[in-house]
Every structure is written in C-alpha cells, then in structure tokens.
Design a protein around this ligand. Sequence first.
Ligand code: GL7
Length: 830
Amino acid sequence: GQEKWPKGDEKTWKTAMRDITSETPDITKSIVHHVQTSLARAPYNIDDFGAYQAAALSVRDNLIVNWNTTQIEYSRKSQKRAYYLSLEFLMGRTLSNALLNLGLLDQYSSSLSSLGFGIEDILVQERDAALGNGGLGRLAACYLDSSATQELPVWGYGLRYKYGIFQQLIKADDGSQLEAPDPWLEHQNPWELPRLDVTYEVRFYGSAQRWGEGTGRATWSGGQEVLAIAYDVMIPGYGTRSTNNLRLWESKPKRGFDLQSFNAGNYERAVESSNSAAAITSVLYPNDHTSFGKELRLKQQYFWTAASLADMLRRFKNLEKPISEFAEYNAIQLNDTHPTLAIVELMRILVDEEELSWDSAWTIVTNTFFFTNHTVLPEALEKWSVPLMEHLLPRHMQIIFDIVTVEKRFPGDRDRLARLSLIEEGFPKQVRMANLAVVGSRKVNGVAELHSNLVQKNLFPDFVEFYGLSKFGNVTNGITPRRWLDQCNPSLSALITDTLKIDRNVWLKDLYKLKGLLAHVDDPQFQARWAAVKHQNKERLALFVERQLGIKVDAHALFDVQIKRLHEYKRQTLNILGVIHRYLLIKSLTPEERKKVVKKVVFFAGKAAPGYYIAKLTIRLIVNVARVINADPDTNQYLSLFFLPDYSVSVAEILIPASDISQHISTAGTEASGTSNMKFCLNGGLLVGTVDGANIEIAEEVGDDNVFFFGNLTPDVEDLRYRHTYHPIPVEQKSPALAHVLNTVSSGIFGSDGVYEPLLNTIREGDFYLLTDDFDSYIRALEMVDEAYADRTEWVKKSIRTTAKMGKFSSDRAIQDYAQEYWNIESVKF
Ligand code: GL7
C-alpha cells in the first residue's frame, strides 16, 4: 500500500526512522544512553537495579518498533482479529522473555558484561507482573506468547491492577500465612506504554428508559461516569517481528475532582468521588475458584468489558464496513464467565446505539463470542444478584430479562426451562453468568478431554440437548515451551538442540520434534548428560532454598514437588499426611534399616486465599511438620521438607526444572486440566497423579508406565460421597495407616493446642475430597516411585521419554485449535 507522510519530506522521515529489518543499533550505546537520559544517572552510581532499568528501556525500544509495525500491518490488512478477554494475565518477568524472543540474549549479555554486570544478576532485579491467581491467569499469558509467535492478530484485554496477587509471608512464631500488598508499579514499569489519548467513559448506576415500541431499545443515562485509560503491553512473538498487544485498562475519575463539591468548599467529598473511581482497578481479587458477589468485582467486570468493546468498535469502524459484518471481523474469547457482561454490552451497543433490530443484534453477538469454562466446582460458578445488577447496570438487567423472554420460547417442560434459565429463582433472584455465556456464544469449550465431557454431561446437559453437541468442544490447555523450557532450563534446551541436531528455533516452534529424542534413549552418554542437567538444576534449587531458608539441601536426594494454589480439592493435605506417614515409618526403622530408604526432599509452595481458613491451616501444618522433621537427627538425612514462601512464576521457573517427581493429586473430576503437570513433564519430571484433568492425556502420550497413577476414578466419586454422607465408615476401619497419621497430628507433636483439629475433622467427617478413599493407594504409588528411582538408568529413560512426548502440550497447538476451529483467523505475515 501507499503510505502518506503527514508532514515534511518523505526522505527525511525515512532516513531518520529505524528500519526494523536492519541490524539493531549498538546495544552498549543504547544501554548507556538510557542511563544518561531516561534514568538521568551517572555511570558510576549505577547498581544492578539501575542496569536492569536501562537494559529494559533499551530492549523496549526494539519492542516498540516491532509492535508499531505489526499494528500498522494489522490495520492495513483488515483481516479478522481475535480478542482474549481475561481478568487475569500472570505474566511473570519480561526482560528474559523479550530477549529470547527477539534473539538478543547473547548480545545483551555481552554488552552488560562489558559494562560490568552479569546478566543473571540483572534479570532477577525485575519484579514479577503477577496480575493473576493461578493456572487460569498463567494460561492467558502462555496464549499471548503463542499467538504472537504464530503471527496471529490476537489482542489481550485486561485490567491494570495497581496491586497484583498479595505477597505471602510466613509468620515466624506459628508458621501461618500473612498477606502483604504487592505494589508492583512502585517503580516505573518499562514494559507498558501509557496511551493517555486512548480513553473511554464507562457509566454505572443511573436509569434506563425504554423507547421505540417493540424494538427493545432504551436510553441509559445519569449515574456516575468513570474514565478508562489504556496501557499497552508489548507481546513479542518468538523468532518473528510480530509483536502483539495486551491492553490493560486503568480507571480514573472523569474529572480529577468533583468540581461542584470542591467549589462548595467540600474538599473531602470531592476527593471521595475520585477515590471510588480509582478503586475499580486498584486490586486483583485474590480468590481462586470462589465467587463472592462483591459489588466492586462486578464493577471491575463491567468497566473492563465496556472499555474493551468500545475500543473494538472504534477499531472496527475504521474499516468502514457495515456493522452487520462485525462478527466477520471480530472474534471474542471469554476466559471463564468473568467477561460475560460483554455479551450484554454488545447487545446494548447494537440495539440502543447502532439501532439494529433485536434479532440482527443477537445474530451478531452469538457469532462473535466464544466461551471457555475452566472449572466445574460449584462455588466458582458466578452468580450476580438481580437487585445489585439493577442498581449498578439497570440497562443490562433489562437486556438480560429480554433475553430470558426470548428464551421462554424454548421447548421443554417447566423444570427444564428453570434449569436453562439465566435467572435463578430465590431471594434474591440471581443471574447465572455461565448460562448467559453459553446462550450468548457460538461455541463453548472445556480445557481437557475429561473436563469438556463433564462440562457437557454435568454442567450444561440441557443446553447440549437443546443446541446439539456441535456447540460444545474441547481445547486441551497448553504451555509455552519458550518460557517453560528454553528460558527456565537453558541447559536442557542446549542438550536437546545438540541431540536433535536441529535449530533451537525450529523445535521450539514445533514441539512434536522432541520425539526425535526417543532415538537416543538407550545411549548411555546421552543418559549421563540428561541426568547431569537434572542434577545441576537440583543444585540451583538447593542454593535458592539455602539462601531463602538457611537450610542445606541434599541435591542427590529425590526431589518431590507440589506447587499450586492451596485448595482442598488439590489435596495438599493428602501430600502432607503422606509425608508424616513416611516420617513415622523411617523413625520406626533401625539405623541399619534406614540406610535402604530412598532419600527424599519434599517441596511445597502456593498461596491460600486470605479468607480460606482450611487452606491456611494446611500451610500452617506443612510449615510446622517441616520444623519437626528437619530438626530430627534420626531421620533428616532421609527425609526433609520445605514450604517455600511467596510462590510466583519466577519461583516456579526454579522449582520445575529441578523436580524428579511432582504431585497432581486432585480428587478425580475436580481439576479441569492443570498446566504445571505439563511443565514438569516437559522438563523431564515424572508425575504422581490421579486420573484427572490433563494428567490423563499426558499419560496417553507418555504411556501409563511413565506416570504413577493412583486413586478412585471420576465415575465413582459421586457414589463415594453419597456413602460418606449416609453410611460413613470410621477412618480406623478404612485406612488404619491414615488413622495413625491423623492421631499423631492430634497428639500434638506438630503443635499441641488442637489447632489442626478443624482440618483433621474435614477428613474424619464428611471427607468430601475422599482422602480416606485414596490414602492407601496414594502411599502405594509413592512406594512405586521409590522402587523406580532405585534403578537410576531406567528412571533417566522414563524422564527422557516423558519430555520427548510433550509435543501436544505446546500452547502453540492449543492456539492453533482456537484460531482454526473457533475464531477462524489467519496469520498476518509481513
Ligand atoms: C483453572 C483450573 O482449575 C485448572 O485446572 C486449569 O488448568 C486452569 C486453566 O484452564 O483453569 N480454573 C480456574 O478457575 N482456575 C484455574 O486455574 C483458577
């Protein structure tokens, strides 16, 4: 196409512009330039953090040029785009990822070194961007990486929380979790571009007046208006110049002050209105799998979806296409039900502002949206009270009721209609966001085969019957091999490249290529190198633990890791009770017998939601068991235990490459997918797990003999729970081993004032997560691990085979699925 140069002479512009195809400018100069100008500091007083900032600003210059070029290309080509709406993006650190994707790691490393800095010291200066709780948020981050890598026109939309997920502290006296704020924006964030010119007004409260008899139209006015300001985060693809955008919204009062109150001399009231607007994007809700129905959370959801849709509409209007073609140019992926209001907001825009008929608007909406469900836990299913919605979003509540009216035309008996309804009867009535998301979307998917089946059979059976199966699908989750292998485990990546004899940037973009490792499984030299890499990563973790907790760790022991949010369904309790069982067993052996025990170090890490009492009690138990076990001279050379505080993406990057075994032991049917299971396997760690989520598909790939499965299966869970309720059997009878462990905890050796009784009682009574049913087979699985680990050569072979079969779990494959089967978008090459 023909570019028009706005002002001046074309040649002047062109010679002054950096050509992104040419060599990068002198890196050392660029770093020093930022020290002198952006940071305004003298070279002699630059510390590691200053050097990080200068390096980051220099890398960012490259990203901006690529980002800008990409966005211009997207506009020029006017192809269909996809938007990933997620309340969470758990990005972690950016500098090392940006350097890898730009292919500039070595150059920056040597430039920094000539300036007197080690790249390793510089990279760790960066604070994690932790705008997420767990798997759902990290998945969004992996998907952005894969979209950019595949040159797909995909943008993310989220919120720019001033405070990310809280920092976790462990209290020295009693071992319990404390929360501290995460002011991650304290220092200037080099990875974002404030777009103070890109703003939208978002309305709350007020009233809605219907007009235009029979059209369904209305006018929404009054209330409060809040300003949304865009901050753009550049998302570079790996080995391509394609650089996508993650647009995060910040809320601000529409006028800095309420002028009227200010002039009336009421300074405090004036400041108050500004506070309430700013509060919307001030903090990430730290709950995982629970919905509390808080007004501020609903405000976040509407603020974000309204700003994002307004932004998409503005971009679409630039194409000068009729509005009826909106869905041909835009696909919107709803990451769980959190952005479901977008469905209603688009209806509002199309009906009230574009003045389309209800039916045409609905056709556009239901062709635009796609909905991913991420959990079947009932406590996570979002419901909003009708009175709250009527108060905060009166027009949206009207539209929802209008959708309900249309729905009433569905065939079926009253019970079925009640189950299908968007409104749940009760006091108050509630809007079921999941039903709204299903009704308003073109397709609905779960995140692993088993989970997608449960979504169809247990969550939405009536909708499946009504719409047919074709509306429901599965996209098994994936992880980006750039961060989760190359970056976090450079030695393994180098060994793989060396062994496969293909360029790193080939297999990192086509992970099925790892299959080539199978040809080398029996090569003793390769096995030795493989084992050496694992050992080196274990030494790295040992050093990290020693620095954090002051305790030496034996890197020759088996490393057993469970890292994830603390939750009863994930059963960290099962793990810690298993550790106590092992401790008691070793304690009962003679010194001679102990010498045959497989040495083991157990690691836990993870945060508990601040209000989740039982989860917090589990942390406390782990920390106090660790104190006792690690101090016991009879046993501590055979078994030690660590709870690493403040789990994060960056901590995961150290733990995952160092694991021999990791635990994914949710009650069958409760973990939708899990994604850390994929990360461990990709790094040559084996799994102990239940037949749940993506564990199943991992075993399909690597073979059952390379996974340590245990426990009851999903179809039996319901029946077992029924029996717990109506025909309970005492723990002593069901599992004497477990009963002994529970009694030992009660006896007070890990804390003597009965603190753990509420936790133990969840098992003794009710046992909703079926620990008593799975304990014995769990212990047996761990014994199998010991046996397998004793034959180290066989173990290394299992490890190699596991990594070799991880191709399917690249997020590149997942994003291809979405792009082809759902969004119908194509890559933009330039
Ligand atoms: C989750 C699931 O629990 C987890 O199994 C899955 O891997 C992840 C991404 O799909 O989504 N669902 C959910 O609500 N959270 C998850 O992590 C918070």
